[in-house]
Write a protein that binds this ligand. Structure first.
Ligand code: URA
Length: 243
């Protein structure tokens, strides 16, 4: 993909974010309490999981990692976003989604009033970087996914967004491509789950960005149904954009 195409995607989500920010400003402070609302046990559980992840040697991915990447965000999120696994930037920093795909993910979330600072938690199926950014193998996902299960139980997000085929297929035990799975609400551990495109896929195939935006709108509608603060925060935006 060319730099021009990448910029076009970034502009698309930036414009959506700007349109949304007017409606979001008034209620933003409400979200500042989300993190405080996490009980001490949840906080302790998340810290324990992160410490175990950093010490984990359950599969061969530990051999080449610089940093394991447990995940980050608020402790009582509206949304748990699940990616596939760390890439080079994440391996170097120990933080999820900080490279080009992460920048796009942040723009997508921001377009509907979401961010990892205020109301989301970002994690991956595997916590260590697969060499050369290859897909994680089945024996790696099966040894790692228990961490995500425990994170999900501790975080108790209102909804989960799985990005791409690997994370969606692993969580739902379903085969098939993301173009078939995306946009259709499912359930994971009793929590509504929306599969959508992985941001890296959107960087490679910008033609899918309209469908990605449809998914963001579906997520926005679902959150508005489930969370009164989010509903109030995004009322103007949803009315203005027919979400
Ligand atoms: N891609 C992912 O799936 N996860 C990350 O953390 C970064 C890129």
């Amino acid at each position: 993909m060319t730099g021009t195409q990448k910029n076009a995607i970034a502009r698309f989500f930036d414009a959506a974010a700007a349109a949304l920010s007017t409606g979001c400003r008034a209620a933003r402070a409400v979200y500042d309490f989300k993190d405080d609302a996490a009980p001490a046990e949840a906080q302790a559980a998340l810290e324990k999981i992160a410490a175990e992840v950093r010490a984990c040697r359950a599969c061969k991915l530990c051999e080449e990692r610089r940093n394991a990447v447990p995940g980050e965000g608020v402790r009582r999120p509206l949304v748990l976003v699940v990616g596939e696994g760390p890439g080079a930037d994440e391996d170097a920093s120990g933080r999820p989604f900080v490279g080009p795909a992460g920048k796009l993910l942040d723009q997508m979330l921001s377009s509907i009033g979401l961010s990892r600072d205020k109301n989301c938690f970002i994690a991956n199926i595997v916590k260590c970087r697969p060499p050369e950014n290859r897909e994680p193998e089945a024996n790696e996902t099966s040894r790692c996914v228990g961490y995500l299960e425990r994170q999900t139980d501790a975080l108790r997000p209102l909804v989960i967004v799985s990005t791409g085929r690997t994370s969606t297929g692993t969580l739902l035990h379903m085969g098939g491509g993301i173009r078939r799975l995306r946009g259709s609400w499912k359930t994971y551990r009793g929590i509504p789950l929306l599969p959508t495109f992985h941001p890296s896929y959107l960087l490679r195939d910008p033609d899918q960005k309209r469908l990605a935006w449809e998914d963001m709108k579906s997520l926005c509608r679902r959150l508005a149904e489930l969370d009164p603060a989010y509903r109030a925060q995004t009322a103007a935006l949803r009315a203005g954009r027919n979400i």
